[in-house]
Ligand binder design. Structure first.
Ligand code: ATP
Ligand code: MG
Length: 468
């Protein structure tokens, strides 16, 4: 095993040259080193220097001709945007125990001190940038071995590591899923022991890790240990509540939590769209609240799609997720049973048209969710359900071809309805419009202006009459 790493990044040689001129030791550390050793170097670079990180960042930025340096004097860090990524600078630090106070103070330290304060051994490797030792790997904590063994361990006692910054508990779960690594049992025990400390962490930092986990190739790899350690109860109680909720076995996985993880992993193979993944995570979120036992039927979850849709916004609010995605996620949760319902009955054009109208441009995402929702272990049943969805999709394509439902606008608008009927704005306009829309969706009249107008006149007396 060689301990010299080829960094393949020109900017790192430039930083090394600047460091030589400034007579300062500089290293690239953390994620960039880890990912280079895994054969997938990223765009973001973390630099640690034995000296003042902010001053050094300024010198490098001038050399690179980078315009802005964003510095955080409180943390002794600075960031330089470069080539579509970012370079972060920090001065090496260590913890000093002041006997007068129980809180450790942070002081300048050596690069090795600095590595000890990092979250996981695989993130605590550094590569020298100064010309005399360029490419040399500094790995005092055995990060490279852990990388080979695909395991997450902390440099220090895990309980202390988590006590110092409880966010690291979530980082463990997130890295496990991103890298497909195991978490050391001692680290899991510490996560369980220290989980209440997560309550002091800001929601923004938690949500940041949550979204990275949700964006990983197989999110269940992180969510399972979160559930097992009780961490999920603290950061996402509604999701934790899915565990232990039983349902009919032949169609879905028996446990709603495990079923949901399966759906999430399934959909993550199909899409990078994190909001579609979020819809998968939330599709059965109301099952614990709607669970009831019916004689002769078994467990039922009547209305869980509607109640689940209403849970979306409060969850987004609490987690400080961007509210602009709420209507999309709500819609998918609300409609997730509808394509299947089309199979059960005689599929009429009108039923298909209505679903297309309600799903609008998100119909393909809805079908992706429905297909991901097939988690039965019975291969015959899986084939049958897939065939049924294929049938629904074909029917949709036919109706779509005919009616262009996706960006559907009814041929008459409110303005015209008011003019034609000689009425002002008010609930009557909506009522008349709905009647016209229904007639079109049910196939009684074509979606054409003249036909809609004629239909409007044929019903207006009756509809307006009911209001008088
Ligand atoms: P990625 O950027 O892919 O999410 P990363 O490993 O680069 O992964 P960053 O959050 O960018 O993670 O942090 C860079 C490095 O800083 C980490 O590799 C780790 O060494 C250290 N680090 C970041 N956050 C913490 C933390 N909360 N506690 C200890 N060390 C941390
Ligand atoms: Mg990074």
């Amino acid at each position: 095993m060689t301990d010299t790493i080829d960094l393949h990044l020109e900017v790192l040689s430039i930083i090394g040259d600047v460091a030589d001129r400034e007579k300062i030791e500089a290293y690239v550390v953390g994620g960039f080193v880890r990912d280079s050793l895994l054969g997938k170097p990223g765009k973001d670079v973390d630099i640690v220097v034995a000296g003042d990180g902010i001053v050094f960042a300024g010198t490098v930025a001038r050399k690179l001709g980078a315009e802005n340096v964003v510095s955080f004097p409180k943390f002794g860090t600075a960031m330089v945007p470069y080539d579509g990524g970012k370079i972060e600078f920090v001065g090496a630090r260590q913890e000093r125990y002041d006997p007068a106070s129980r809180k450790p103070a942070v002081a300048a330290g050596t690069i090795k001190d600095d590595l000890l304060r990092r979250d996981f051994t695989v993130n605590a490797m550094a590569v020298a940038l100064n010309a005399s030792s360029r490419g040399k790997l500094l790995d005092p904590l055995g990060g490279r071995n852990d990388l080979k063994a695909r395991i997450l361990r902390t440099p220090l006692d895990p309980a202390k590591t988590f006590d110092d910054d409880p966010l690291r508990i979530l980082r463990a779960m997130r890295f496990a899923a991103q890298l497909d690594f195991r978490i050391d049992p001692a680290v899991l025990r510490a996560a369980e022991e220290m989980r209440e400390r997560l309550r002091i962490v800001s929601q923004e930092r938690i949500t940041d890790e949550f979204l990275k986990l949700l964006s990983s190739p197989q999110p269940s790899v992180g969510f399972l240990p979160m559930q097992e350690t009780g961490v999920l109860d603290i950061v996402f109680p509604e999701m934790a509540a899915l565990s232990g909720v039983e349902q009919r076995k032949e169609y879905h996985h028996k446990d709603v939590f495990l079923h949901t993880l399966k759906v999430l992993d399934n959909i993550s193979r199909e899409t990078e769209n994190v909001w579609l993944r979020m819809a998968a995570l939330l599709h059965d979120i109301a099952k614990p609240r709607t669970k009831a036992f019916r004689e002769g039927v078994g467990w039922t979850f009547h209305g869980h799609e509607e109640i689940g849709a209403r849970m979306v916004k409060p969850i987004f609010r609490r987690m400080k997720l961007p509210l602009e995605h709420v209507p999309y996620v709500e819609k998918l949760v609300r409609l997730h049973l509808r394509p299947m319902a089309l199979v059960d009955e005689e599929v009429t054009d009108s039923a298909v048209r209505r679903l297309l109208f309600e799903a609008g441009e998100d119909i393909d995402d809805l079908m992706t969710l429905c297909r991901a929702d097939i988690t039965s272990k019975n291969p015959r049943l899986v084939r049958e359900v897939r065939r049924n969805y294929d049938m629904v999709a074909r029917k949709m394509a036919e109706v779509e071809e005919k009616d262009r439902m996706r960006n559907w606008r009814p041929a008459l608008n409110g303005e015209e309805i008011m003019k034609e009927c000689g009425i002002g704005p008010g609930p009557m306009v909506g009522k008349l419009k709905q009647a016209v829309v229904d007639a079109i969706l049910d196939g009684h009249i074509p979606n054409e202006h003249d036909a809609a107008l004629q239909y409007l006149h044929s019903i207006k007396e009756r509809v307006l009459g009911t209001a008088r």
